[in-house]
Ligand binder design. Sequence first.
Ligand SMILES: *Cc1c(COP(=O)(O)O)cnc(C)c1O
Length: 234
Amino acid sequence: MTARRAEIAANLERLETRIAAACAAAGRSRDEITLVAVTKTFPADDVMHLAALGVREVGENRDQDAAAKARACRDAGVPGLVWHFVGQLQRNKAASVASYADVVHSVDSERLLAALDRGAVRAGRTLEVLLQVSLDGDPGRGGVLAPDLAALARATVGCEALVLRGLMAVAPLGWDPRQAFDEVVALGAGLRRDHPTATWVSAGMSGDLEAAVAAGATHLRVGGAVLGSRPPLG
Ligand SMILES: *Cc1c(COP(=O)(O)O)cnc(C)c1O
């Protein structure tokens, strides 16, 4: 095993211990939770190490980097990867993202939805989408406000090539993450009454995953705790 693969394996082992403890404390089963390893800023080789270690759900937040990594992994014949797009997405990148992503966590407008749908139709693919909720209305981080969620959900189920899977959120700065994730899980339960496929709640990162597990999240998006500290973005 290379040194890098061993490092990632050790990180994963520590992370799994945290997730197991959080599940035990919440009376939940580990298999209710999907770990998405956020590989942004890390090379395609790290995605291949993760796949070799059994982690095949990976998250990216920039189209250009993600497209290149998805291509490199495909060319290398890495089987079974599931690509999650977790970052703010501009409409002019939607067609590209629709060509390789399996899940988009950050849908927050009807215009973005329409662009993703067109891209997916053109690529002959189906995308699973999560609506990103903004709990504090900070426009810098994206997300739709709770009162606008129902209309965006209706627009999603009207799309040809998109499947509504649920909600995603980031805990707003300065908030108690548990309170933030409780709100998202409650919004998710409301959404599911009208849209039975919307069973996922993507919440929790390296610093607050315990709160997300306690609140009932189904998907954790974890970067640093798996791959180490990221170089600062330029
Ligand atoms: C980077 C990122 C993560 C992972 O964050 P870590 O703190 O490294 O675990 C999760 N979600 C989104 C939307 C991100 O951009």
